[in-house]
Design a binder for this molecule. Sequence first.
Ligand code: ZN
Length: 69
Amino acid sequence: MAIEMYKPENGDSKDMRPFRCVVCGYVYGPKVGDPENNVPPGTPFSDLPDDWLCPLCGAGKSLFTAVEE
Ligand SMILES: [Zn+2]
């Protein structure tokens, strides 16, 4: 049977770290979201749709890396 890996951080399942586009340097902030692309504030990067693209350069989610605070 398959069990999905699930790693809550500090008891909070939401990963609210910002993510930076490695191509252009744009930073996606979960607290801000991406309202121009129908992403409401409070949306963690992991909850973005798979077809979400960097609003600046069009890079896919796989080209984003977490920003450690
Ligand atoms: Zn970009």
